[in-house]
Ligand binder design. Structure first.
Ligand SMILES: *Cc1c(COP(=O)(O)O)cnc(C)c1O
Length: 421
């Protein structure tokens, strides 16, 4: 039997252990040190590059998670209890949950069809409507690079600038993706990166915040290290967090930076191969860059299934209550109380997921939109039906550095074998 093909799994360069060994040898086994500084420098060099044009001057803070980066970015935008923040609805929960940590309210904005990301027209409508209803402007805007695909960065920035609302780019999945040659995360006031085990590169767990300048970087760093005042004893005048990256994790990050370009190239190659092999398969469509301005890293490759496409076993989809959490998440999970919910992928998508699973291939539905999540059922949402429709028809296919050309062929063969004519 083949080894299981996972959606996206970290791949080491071999250099990680050298950096970690150095940390042990020099006794820097703490949340600061030469690897943290070195990793931040590597990240700055990478994100500031503009393909030959004059480089940017962004500063980067390494943190314990991408979620922590979202949280601190919100604080950096002055978000407080009672405020509203406009968040792309079609995303992983880490884009919106930190808004609630602060006692603020995520207000969800739906997607446009081309990029699957925040719809700029709907964003502007949401801003105007929130001002009219609450008398106040939302405090920040969070677009998300879903599966690595860039959002309409120039249009979103234009609208944000018009209403003077800061943008926090959630580029956790889009590390190394570019819009008009510029790296995602460098357009807005802040940019969020994640180095979780399944992202473009990993530090085992970690994240970073791209900041506009040294001053903002220092503020974020201060909040990330318990907001200490300069006294000989611990004096606190603000609430801080323990969010700094450890020097060990940063050592992994430095090793990973040596293969980042290779990883991105590989993800793009896998995407191309899927496109090539699936181009004549009726009823299945790969999600591709919608234009020359878009340069996705294709963190995950995604496809949509026409509702009229029939997959073997679809009549049995959702007959059983699922017993494990999606993504194989560790820790306590609640058992599902029902086999179905009022918003779920179509039966053909679920049948394909199950069929691939039986062939030892991990596939997954798209993110379920936040405005359809029970936990956010009372939150305001500006909806056009796009994310809900995509969630019903979409599927994520394996794309990581471990996925070989042969694997892609095997995956596509299995997809074809399960289509009923
Ligand atoms: C992974 C992810 C995050 C958070 O990253 P962690 O490092 O796992 O905390 C934030 N937003 C999106 C869209 C993500 O996919």
């Amino acid at each position: 039997m083949r080894e299981r093909i996972l959606l996206c799994l970290a791949h080491m360069s071999g250099k990680e252990q050298d950096f970690i060994k150095e940390a042990f040898d020099e006794n820097w086994v703490v949340p600061l040190g030469p690897n943290v500084n070195g990793f931040e420098k590597d990240l700055e060099e990478f994100v500031n590059d503009r393909e030959g044009a004059e480089p940017l001057h962004k500063e980067v803070v390494a943190l314990s998670a991408g979620t922590a980066a979202v949280h601190l970015a919100l604080i950096g935008c002055g978000v407080e209890a009672g405020d509203e923040v406009l968040v792309q609805s079609f995303t992983f929960c880490a884009s919106s949950h930190p808004v609630t940590y602060l006692g603020a309210t995520p207000v969800f904005v739906d997607s446009e069809r081309e990029s699957w990301n925040m719809d700029p027209d709907l964003l502007e409508r949401a801003i105007l409507d929130r001002i009219e209803r609450t008398g106040r402007k939302p405090k920040a805007i969070i677009p998300v690079a879903l599966y690595g695909m860039p959002y309409q960065a120039d249009r979103i920035m234009e609208i944000a600038d018009k209403y003077e609302i800061p943008v926090i780019e959630d580029a956790a999945e889009g590390f190394g993706s570019r819009f008009k040659g510029q790296v995602l995360g460098t357009f807005g006031k802040f940019g969020v990166l994640s180095f979780n085990g399944n992202k473009m590169i990993t530090t085992s767990g970690g994240g970073a915040l791209i900041c506009p300048d040294k001053e903002e970087k220092n503020t974020i760093m201060w909040y990330a290290t318990q907001a200490r005042e300069s006294y000989p004893y611990y004096q606190h005048e603000a609430i801080g967090y323990n969010y700094r990256m450890s020097n060990i994790c940063a050592g992994i990050g430095r090793g990973q930076m040596t293969i980042l370009d290779e990883h991105i190239a590989h993800h793009k190659h896998v995407q191309e191969l899927y496109c090539e092999l699936l181009k004549d398969v009726k009823g299945i469509k790969m999600h591709e860059n919608p234009g020359a301005d878009f340069d996705s890293n294709f963190w995950l490759c995604t496809a949509t299934l026409d509702p009229s496409l029939h997959i073997k076993g679809e009549e049995n989809a959702y007959k059983q209550v699922i017993t494990g959490a999606v993504g194989g998440a560790a820790g306590v999970i609640h058992a599902a109380s029902t086999a179905t919910t009022d918003c779920q992928p179509n039966a053909n998508v679920e049948a394909l997921r199950v069929a691939l699973d039986k062939a030892n291939i991990e596939a997954r539905p798209l993110w379920k939109p936040m405005h359809k999540q029970p936990v956010y059922k009372n939150n305001p949402a500006y909806v056009n039906g796009v994310s809900e429709e995509l969630f019903a028809v979409g599927i994520c296919l394996p794309a990581g550095p471990w996925v070989t050309d042969d694997d892609v062929r095997y995956i596509v063969e299995n997809i074809k074998a399960n289509i009923l004519d």
